[in-house]
Design a protein around this ligand. Structure first.
Ligand code: FES
Length: 259
C-alpha cells in the first residue's frame, strides 16, 4: 500500500489552497469517491503523515487529484512540491461514499475545504439530477467552481459575507433546496457544525444522507486510536475509527459534539 508516486502537476487554487495531481495507476484504478490517501510530507522533520481526501480520479489518465489547505508545517512543505517530484503515499484508505445507481436525484452539500471529496461523487454518480450546494467564507475563498459546474446539473454558491453567490450558509441553501424538491440521497462534507445542521434538516424530512468526517489522524489504518468519533450503535453508542470505519458515515450514525 505504501507507494512512491510521481507528481504530474501542481496548482495554487487560492491564497492557501493547493492542488497536486499524482500519477498512480494503482490508486486511480482502485479508489472511490470519499476515500483518502495518507501522505508523508517532504522534509526529515515532519513525521506524521497527512490524511488528504481524494478530490478527483482520472482513471484513463491514471491520476488522482488531492486538494488541501496549508494549515501548518507539513502542508506548507507539501505546497512546495513541484511537477516531477515524488511523494510517499499510502492509499486509497477508508470507506467512501455509497453510490446507488437507482438514485436519480442526488445532492451534495459542501462547506469550505469540505467541498473537495464531493466532486468525485458528482463525477461517478449516474443520477440524472445532481445538485451541488457549496458554501465559502467569501469570494476569494471560492475554488473549483468550474469543475462543480461541469459535473452537476444545478450549482448554487453561498458566501458568509455575500461577496459571491447568495449571502448566508450552505445550510440555508439546503433548506431551500429540500423545501422544493426531495433528493434520493444527500452527501455532505464540511465543518462539523455545518454537517450537524444539515443532518438535522434532512432528518426532519426523512431524507437519507452520508457525511464525511474530518478528524485528526495518526496511522490512518485503524491501529492508533487517534481518530475516534462517537457513533450510534442501536440504542447505545460506541467509538468508531474515522480512518477505517469512515471517513464516510451514514448521517444518522454520527453523534456530533453538541448532542
Ligand atoms: Fe490511527 Fe485512525 S488514525 S486508528
Amino acid at each position: 500500500m505504501n507507494l512512491i508516486e510521481r507528481v504530474r502537476k501542481t496548482e495554487r487554487l487560492s491564497s492557501d489552497i493547493y492542488l497536486i495531481r499524482i500519477e498512480s495507476e494503482r490508486i486511480s484504478s482502485s479508489a472511490s469517491a470519499g476515500q483518502f490517501v495518507n501522505i508523508k510530507c517532504p522534509g526529515p522533520e515532519v513525521y506524521l503523515r497527512r490524511p488528504i481526501s481524494i478530490c478527483s480520479i482520472d482513471r484513463s489518465e491514471k491520476t488522482i487529484d488531492i486538494v488541501f489547505q496549508v494549515r501548518g508545517k507539513g502542508t506548507r512543505l507539501l505546497s512546495d512540491i513541484k511537477a516531477g517530484d515524488t511523494l510517499d503515499i499510502l492509499g486509497p484508505l477508508g470507506r467512501g461514499f455509497t453510490i446507488c445507481p437507482e438514485h436519480k436525484n442526488i445532492l451534495v452539500a459542501g462547506g469550505g475545504i469540505g467541498i473537495f471529496p464531493l466532486l468525485q461523487v458528482l463525477k461517478d454518480h449516474p443520477a440524472e439530477r445532481k445538485t451541488a450546494l457549496l458554501g465559502f467564507r467569501n469570494k476569494s475563498a471560492v475554488v473549483m467552481e468550474d469543475e462543480f459546474n461541469k459535473y452537476s446539473t444545478d450549482l448554487k454558491i453561498a458566501t458568509d459575507d455575500g461577496s459571491y453567490g447568495i449571502q448566508g450558509f450552505v445550510t440555508a441553501l439546503l433548506q431551500n433546496a429540500i423545501s422544493e424538491d426531495r433528493p434520493d440521497m444527500v452527501y455532505i462534507c464540511g465543518p462539523a457544525i455545518m454537517m450537524e445542521q444539515c443532518v438535522k434538516l434532512l432528518k426532519e424530512k426523512d431524507i437519507p444522507c452520508e457525511v464525511s468526517m474530518e478528524q485528526r489522524m495518526g496511522c490512518g489504518m485503524g491501529a492508533c486510536l487517534v481518530c475516534a468519533c462517537k457513533t450510534r450503535s442501536g440504542s447505545d453508542w460506541d467509538y468508531s475509527h474515522v480512518c477505517k470505519d469512515g471517513p464516510v458515515f451514514s448521517g444518522d450514525r454520527i453523534i456530533f459534539e453538541s448532542e
